[in-house]
Design a protein around this ligand. Structure first.
Ligand SMILES: Nc1ncnc2c1ncn2[C@@H]1O[C@H](COP(=O)(O)OP(=O)(O)OP(=O)(O)O)[C@@H](O)[C@H]1O
Length: 332
């Protein structure tokens, strides 16, 4: 399966354009033909269970390890021919922290500025600017060993930004952070994309994170991409969505139940749950049936499955994608 993200358009430049990436370790096939097309200035999230090959994909695209097969261009540079140019325009942060615990935050940033060949003055200016942006100015002179997990992650991201990367790989950037620190990181990541047009390639085990941040999501399982789309599109692809009708009386509920025999009913709550893909066409069909039979409902709510449902469904089997369970014409 190839991925062209939902926000892409034919004229939009691709930050990452990969085709047929494959990687094995001995007999173990880790990636088995992965295609990616990620437009500039978007957040792309790669999801997958443990061992699916997410980190391997990041390592290949960020030039750390070679692919066995396949091609890729990052910010227009060819992965096979121009790895140095790619390293100049990317940043990688995440599971391993580049931060030196014995230095303070400011020293870490200055060191990174040196590695990026910035002048002393420019390095100092960049370090100050990043400390301020990441709310670390007060802590700038404290040794990093005294930092909380959230502060370390912020510094790690700040260090990645010293070199002004256009494409940033974030490998599980918020693993282990408390909910508040995670939200702060999300705001920072989103800010990079919205304010500076940076492209983010994000791997995460937190589906909520992909839901919150990603313009498009792909699910990797068994070395292949088994689904892609926006969070909403993925949620609509799996069963579990339903339309919930609330009634004022048992008589109304009974009347409606005759019209939707496939629905689940709750006599106590006076509700019906009709399986649905959440589309407007399905919603309209349900309302038409109610109107046509003069059955009144007090309220209607549409429930789509969350990303957890999607993830579990898509990665449970051999990558098959079930078709949604929508009411058919003859359900009417
Ligand atoms: N250097 C290596 N030698 C042998 N096997 C490896 C090596 N690197 C990765 N693997 C294997 O490749 C598979 C994919 O690993 P990878 O780290 O890419 O998965 P992942 O999706 O990032 O998993 P996680 O969510 O647990 O980080 C795993 O089975 C792993 O054991």
């Amino acid at each position: 399966m190839s991925v062209t993200t939902a926000t892409s358009s034919p004229t939009r430049t691709l930050a990452i354009d990969a085709s047929g990436l494959a990687k094995s370790y001995g007999d173990k096939v880790v990636l088995d033909g992965v295609d990616l097309s990620i437009p500039e200035g978007t957040v792309f999230s790669l999801l997958g269970p443990n061992g699916a090959g997410k980190t391997t994909t990041v390592q290949i695209l960020s030039t750390l390890i070679p692919a066995d097969r396949g091609t890729a261009r990052i910010a227009g540079h060819d992965l096979a021919d121009d790895a140095d140019a790619i390293r100049d325009v990317i940043g990688v942060t995440g599971q391993f922290a580049a931060v030196d615990g014995l230095l303070n935050a400011e020293e870490n940033l200055r060191l990174m500025a040196d590695l990026n060949h910035l002048s002393r003055a420019e390095g100092r200016r960049r370090a100050d600017e990043l400390l301020a942006r990441f709310d670390l100015t007060e802590a700038a002179r404290k040794p990093v060993v005294t930092f909380s997990g959230g502060m370390r992650r912020k510094l790690d991201l700040a260090m990645t930004l010293v070199g002004n990367p256009r494409v940033i790989f974030l490998d599980e950037p918020t693993t282990g952070l408390d909910p508040r620190s995670r939200r702060t990181m999300w705001e920072m990541i989103r800010g990079l994309v919205d304010d500076q047009g940076v492209t983010i390639f994000l791997t995460t085990q937190y589906l909520e994170e992909a839901d919150e941040l990603a313009d498009s999501i792909a699910v990797l399982d068994g070395g292949r991409l088994v689904a892609h789309g926006t969070a909403e599109e993925l949620k609509q692809r799996i069963p579990g969505g339903h339309i919930r009708l609330q009634f004022d009386s048992a008589a109304q509920l009974q009347g409606a139940f005759h019209l939707f025999p496939a629905a689940g009913r709750d006599d106590e709550a006076l509700t019906l749950q009709i399986p649905s893909d959440g589309s407007i066409a399905t919603l309209r069909a349900v309302l038409d049936v109610l109107d046509g039979n003069r059955v009144q409902a007090r309220s209607l709510t549409v429930h789509t499955p969350d990303l957890d449902d999607v993830f579990l469904t898509l990665t449970a089997g051999a990558g098959s994608v079930p078709t949604p369970d929508v009411p058919k014409e003859n359900d009417r």
